[in-house]
Design a binder for this molecule. Structure first.
Ligand code: SF4
Ligand code: SF4
Ligand code: SF4
Length: 891
C-alpha cells in the first residue's frame, strides 16, 4: 500500500492509502473529538462531532469516514469546524436529559466532557426529548434509552465484535432507537450479557447495575479472569477493600475490549457472606472455627503419620502457578509421594498424553489471536461460545473474514449458525469421523507430501491403517452422510491455514487419547502445524489448568513435564529441594478415588477442587471420601466436598493474592492482589508453605510468590526466561527458556518438540456404554456460559443464577413426545449408577436419542449418572457418553 502525503493544521503528514483523516490525525497526536467512533468498530459518521474543514474547498467533512487523499489540506480546529461541532453537541444535548448530577455515568460521560471542552454552558435550542421506560430486565445491565444519543456503538459492538446481534436500530426518524427484536426487554433477546455495549456507550444510556451507587474507585488493578482458560485480562475497580466492578483491559492481546458475562459480572462471590473466613476443624460432626496455629499443627501431624503410598494431594486448576508448584513440591519433597494430580485428569489428560506422543508437547500449538486469520476452522467437540467465549469471538471473526467453519458436534451448538458444514456425528464416533476425513485426504491426494516427508515419521503405517475407514464405514459409525464428510475433508485440506479447535467433546471418552491422536494425524497430513493460524488447539477449561500441569501437579512428571522416572532429572530436583525423591509415578486422581474406596489411600489433601460434583459416578466418589481416615480441604467456600472434610483451610480468592496463571495458549500472566484476604483466610501458597515448614522441610520459607517463581524458573526449562518483571508487559508464552527469549506463540515451527511428528494409527472403538432396552438414550454433558465448573463461585453470583439457575435435561421433541414429557416438566434421569431429578427442556438442539445436561448444579448432580470407565492411557473418565433412561415425574 502506498503512502499519501497531506497537511493537517499546516503540518505535513503521511499515511497509508485507505486510512481516514481521523486515523492519520490520531497517529500524529492531533486531537479530533468523537462520540460514535471507536477504533475497533467500522466508522459510521453518525454523530458528526469529528467534522474538520477541507481548506481546499472550505467544506466540512466527517473525519472518521473520509479517506485521506494526496494534497489534502485539513484544518481540525478552524472556526467553522469548531462552530459546527458545537452545534452538533448542542443538538445532542437538546435531546438528552439534564440529569448529569444523578447519572451513573458521572464524569465518565463523553458527551458531558465534550460539552465542557467546547465551553457549552447554555443551549440555544428548545429541549426536545424522547421518553422511554427503563429496561431493567437483564440482571446486570440497565437500559435508559431516554439518555441515548444514537451513536450506534452498542449496535455495532453487538454485531461486529460479539456476533450476537441482540440489538439493532428500530423505528424511523425521531423515534429511531437501538432495540431488541420486537423492542422487548434485553432479557428476552439473544443477549449474552457480555457488557461490551455498556463499556462502549459514551453516555449513561447503558449502565452496569452492579456499580450503581457505589461511587468511584480509588484504584484499578490489572489482573486475570478467574474463570475459563482463555485467560482474559481485566481491571478490578477497588475502593475500601471492595471490588466495585470489572472492566476490560484493551491493551492485552487475548481479549482486547471483550469479556464474557462471567469475567465482566461474575465477581460478587469474592464478598459473598458464605466465604470461609477462618479455618475449621470438625468435632462431633460439627465444624468449629480454629486458629491457624491449631489447624496447621493438626494437618501437618496427621499427614506426616501416613506412608507415602497412603497419602495424596489434589491440587487446583484455579490456584496460581506458584501455589501449584508449592503443592506438588510439598507432596513430593515432604510427604514423599508422587500421588499428586489436578483436574486436568478430568478434562485434558488425553491432550497432554496424545499430543505428547504425536508432537512431543501436549499444549495448544497456536495463539488465540491467530484464529481470526484462519482459512478454515475445524471446531470439534467444543461448544466454544459457551465454554470459551473469547475464542468463540475469534471464530466468528474468522468467518466474517471469509474462513470456512466446519463444526463437528452432535448438538446444534451456537457455532452451527456460522458454519459452512455441520457434521452431526453420533457421540463418541470421533475417531471414525476423523480417520474417514483422513482417508479422503489421502485418496484424493490432498495431502502435503513435502511436509510429511521432511517433518514426520511412520506415515506408511498410518496410511495402511486408513484401509479400515471407508466412507461407508465412516457414515455407518458416525451417522454423517458421506458426501458431507468428503466436503469437510476437502475444505480442511485446501482452505489453508486450517486450525483445529477442540475441547472436552474430544477428550472425555474412554478413547479420548485416540481422538486427540486422530486430530494430530489430520493436521500433519495437511501440513497444518507449525504455521500461523493453523495447528491443533486444545481449549483448556479452568483458568489455570494449563499452569497446574506445567507446574508438575501430575503423578508422573515434575514441573515442565520432566519425568519422575528419569534419574538425571530426579537428581536435579533432589539437589534443589534437598531431599530424596520417590522414583515411582503416583496415582492419578481417578485412581486415588479407587484406592481410597479400597482403603489403600488413607489421607487426602484437596486444594480448590470439588470432586463431589466433578467426579464421575458421584456415589462412588462419596463413599471413597467417606472411607478416608483424614480429609483436608482448602477452599474459599464450604463446598460439597469440604463438608466431608476433617479440616477445612480457608483460602484466599484470586483477587486477594499475587501470582501467575497460564492460559490455554501457554501465556503466563500476572495475577495481582487487589484487596486483602477476607476475614482470616490466607493465600493457598502461604498455607502449603506453612505445612511444609511445620514438617521441618527446607525450601518452604517463601515470603512472597515472586520468590516461588524464581525457583520455578530455575528448575523448569520452558519457564526459564520468565520473571515478574518481564510479565509486566502483558505475559509470555512458553517455551521461554532464557531471559532474552521473546516467548513462543506458535509451537513446532521448525521441528516438532519430539523431533519428527509421529503418525500414529488408531482404531475405532465405540463408547463403553451404549443404549439398550433399559437405558435407551445417550447422555452427554457440557457447560453453560453462565455457570462455571461445579458452581462454587458462579452460584454465589445472583445475576448468573437469574440467567441460568438450575440444571436442565435437554431432549429432542421426538423423544419428548414418545415419553410424553412436556417442556419445563420435572423428569427423572437414571443410569446404571444413580438417578437425578431436573427440569426438561424440549429442544431440537439435542439430536434424537441424545439428552444433554450441564454439571454445574448440586441440586441435580449430573455426575451421579456418568460412566467412570477410563481411557487406558490418560485415565480420564467417559463423561461424554453413558446410557440413561428419562421418565416423567418425581422420584
Ligand atoms: S451485552 Fe453484549 S450481547 Fe448483550 S446487547 Fe450488549 S453487546 Fe450485545
Ligand atoms: S445506547 Fe449508548 S451506545 Fe447505544 S446508541 Fe445509545 S448512546 Fe450509543
Ligand atoms: S472468556 Fe473466560 S477468561 Fe474471558 S472473561 Fe469469560 S470466563 Fe473469563
Amino acid at each position: 500500500m502506498g503512502k499519501i502525503t497531506l497537511t493537517i493544521n499546516g503540518r505535513q503528514v503521511s499515511g497509508k492509502d485507505g486510512a481516514t483523516i481521523l486515523d492519520l490525525a490520531r497517529e500524529n497526536n492531533i486531537a479530533i473529538p468523537t462520540l460514535c467512533h471507536h477504533p475497533l468498530l467500522t466508522p459510521s459518521g453518525a454523530c458528526r462531532v469529528c467534522v474538520v474543514e477541507d481548506e481546499s474547498n472550505g467544506r466540512l467533512i466527517a473525519s472518521c469516514v473520509t479517506p485521506i487523499t494526496p494534497g489534502m489540506a485539513i484544518k481540525t480546529d478552524s472556526p467553522m469546524a469548531i462552530s459546527a461541532r458545537r452545534l452538533f453537541v448542542e443538538l445532542l444535548l437538546a435531546g438528552h436529559p439534564d440529569s448529569c448530577l444523578v447519572c451513573d455515568k458521572g464524569n465518565r460521560c463523553e458527551l458531558r466532557k465534550l460539552a465542557s471542552e467546547l465551553e457549552i454552558s447554555r443551549l440555544r435550542f428548545k429541549r426536545l426529548r424522547r421518553f422511554y421506560s427503563l429496561d431493567n430486565s437483564n440482571p446486570f445491565i440497565e437500559r435508559d434509552l431516554t439518555k441515548c444519543i444514537l451513536c450506534g456503538r452498542c449496535v455495532k459492538a453487538c454485531h461486529e465484535i460479539q456476533g450476537v446481534t441482540a440489538i439493532d436500530y428500530a423505528y424511523r426518524g425521531f423515534d429511531l432507537k437501538p432495540a431488541t427484536f420486537q423492542d422487548r426487554g434485553l432479557a428476552e433477546s439473544p443477549c449474552v450479557s457480555c457488557g461490551l455495549c455498556v463499556f462502549l456507550c459514551p453516555v449513561g444510556a447503558l449502565s452496569d447495575k452492579s456499580t450503581r451507587n457505589l461511587g468511584k474507585e480509588t484504584s484499578k488493578v490489572r489482573t486475570v479472569c478467574p474463570y475459563c482458560g482463555c485467560g482474559c485480562s481485566l481491571y478490578l475497580s477497588v475502593r475500601d477493600q471492595r471490588i466495585l466492578g470489572v472492566s476490560p483491559c484493551p491493551e492485552n492481546s487475548v481479549n482486547g475490549i471483550s469479556l464474557c458475562v462471567k469475567g465482566r459480572y461474575g465477581f460478587d462471590f469474592v464478598h459473598h457472606p458464605d466465604r470461609l473466613k477462618s479455618p475449621l476443624i470438625k468435632k462431633n460432626d460439627e465444624f468449629a472455627e480454629a486458629s491457624w496455629d491449631e489447624v496447621l499443627g493438626l494437618v501437618a501431624s496427621k499427614l506426616a503419620s501416613y506412608k507415602p503410598e497412603e497419602v495424596a494431594v489434589i491440587s487446583s486448576a484455579r490456584c496460581t502457578n506458584e501455589e501449584n508448584y508449592v503443592a506438588q513440591k510439598f507432596a513430593r519433597a515432604v510427604l514423599g509421594t508422587n500421588n499428586v494430580d489436578n483436574c486436568a485428569r478430568l478434562c485434558h489428560a488425553p491432550s497432554v498424553a496424545g499430543l505428547a506422543m504425536s508432537f512431543g508437547s501436549g499444549a495448544m500449538t497456536n495463539s488465540i489471536n491467530e484464529i481470526r486469520n484462519a482459512g478454515c476452522i475445524l471446531a470439534i467437540g467444543t461448544n466454544t461460545t459457551e465454554a470459551h467465549p473469547i475464542v468463540g469471538l475469534g471464530v466468528k471473526r474468522a468467518v466474517n473474514n471469509g474462513a470456512k467453519l466446519i463444526v463437528a458436534d452432535p448438538r446444534e451448538i451456537d457455532l452451527v449458525r456460522f458454519s459452512h458444514i455441520w457434521l452431526r456425528h453420533k457421540p463418541g464416533s470421533d475417531v471414525a469421523l476423523l480417520m474417514g476425513m483422513a482417508k479422503v485426504i489421502v485418496d484424493e491426494r490432498l495431502l502435503d507430501n513435502s511436509f510429511i516427508k521432511e517433518r514426520c515419521e511412520n506415515f506408511e503405517a498410518f496410511k495402511k491403517s486408513l484401509k479400515g475407514f471407508s466412507l461407508e464405514f465412516a457414515q455407518e459409525a458416525t451417522g454423517v452422510e458421506k458426501e458431507k464428510l468428503v466436503e469437510a475433508a476437502r475444505i480442511y485440506a485446501t482452505e489453508k491455514p486450517s486450525s483445529i479447535l477442540y475441547c472436552l467433546g474430544i477428550t472425555e471418552h474412554s478413547h479420548g487419547t485416540d481422538n486427540v491422536i486422530a486430530l494430530a494425524n489430520l493436521a500433519m497430513l495437511t501440513g497444518n502445524i507449525g504455521k500461523p493460524s493453523a495447528g491443533v488447539n486444545p481449549l483448556r477449561g479452568q483458568n489455570n489448568v494449563q499452569g497446574a500441569c506445567d507446574m508438575g501437579c501430575l503423578p508422573e512428571v515434575y514441573p515442565g513435564y520432566q519425568s519422575v522416572t528419569d534419574p538425571d532429572i530426579r537428581t536435579k530436583f533432589e539437589a534443589a529441594w534437598g531431599c530424596k525423591l520417590n522414583p515411582t509415578p503416583g496415582l492419578t486422581m481417578t485412581e486415588m478415588f479407587d484406592a481410597a474406596y479400597r482403603g489403600e489411600l488413607k489421607a487426602l489433601y484437596i486444594i480448590g477442587e470439588n470432586p463431589l460434583l466433578s467426579e464421575p459416578d458421584i456415589s462412588h466418589a462419596r463413599k471413597a471420601l467417606e472411607k478416608l481416615e483424614f480429609l483436608v480441604v482448602q477452599d474459599i467456600f464450604l463446598t460439597e466436598t469440604a463438608k466431608l472434610a476433617d479440616v477445612v483451610l480457608a483460602g484466599a480468592s484470586f483477587a486477594e493474592k499475587d501470582g501467575t496463571f497460564t492460559n490455554t495458549e501457554r501465556r503466563v500472566q500476572r495475577v495481582r492482589q487487589a484487596i486483602a484476604p477476607v476475614g482470616n483466610s490466607k493465600p493457598d501458597w502461604w498455607i502449603t508453605n506453612q505445612l511444609g515448614q511445620r514438617l521441618g522441610a527446607k525450601g518452604f520459607e517463601f515470603s512472597q510468590p515472586s520468590e516461588i517463581m524464581e525457583e520455578i524458573t530455575s528448575l523448569t526449562p520452558s519457564y526459564g526466561g520468565i520473571s515478574y518483571k518481564r510479565l509486566e508487559g502483558g505475559g509470555l508464552q512458553w517455551p521461554c527458556p532464557t531471559k532474552d527469549h521473546p516467548g513462543t506463540p506458535i509451537l513446532h515451527t521448525q521441528q516438532f518438540t519430539r523431533g519428527k511428528g509421529r503418525f500414529i494409527p488408531v482404531e475405532y472403538k465405540p463408547p463403553m456404554e451404549l443404549p439398550d432396552k433399559k437405558y435407551p438414550l445417550v447422555l452427554t454433558t457440557g457447560r453453560s456460559l453462565y455457570q462455571y465448573h461445579t458452581g462454587t463461585m458462579t452460584r454465589k453470583v445472583e445475576g448468573l443464577n437469574v440467567l441460568k439457575g438450575e440444571g436442565e435435561v435437554e431432549l429432542n421433541p421426538a423423544d419428548a413426545s414418545k415419553l410424553r414429557i412436556k417442556d419445563g416438566e420435572k423428569v427423572k434421569v437414571s443410569s446404571r449408577r444413580g438417578e437425578v431429578l431436573a427440569k426438561a427442556r424440549v429442544t431440537e438442539t439435542s439430536p434424537v436419542g441424545v439428552v444433554f445436561m450441564t454439571f454445574h448444579f448440586a441440586e441435580s448432580p449430573t455426575n451421579m449418572l456418568t460412566n467412570p470407565a477410563l481411557d487406558p492411557v490418560a485415565k480420564i473418565p467417559e463423561y461424554k457418553v453413558c446410557a440413561v433412561r428419562v421418565e416423567r415425574g418425581e422420584k
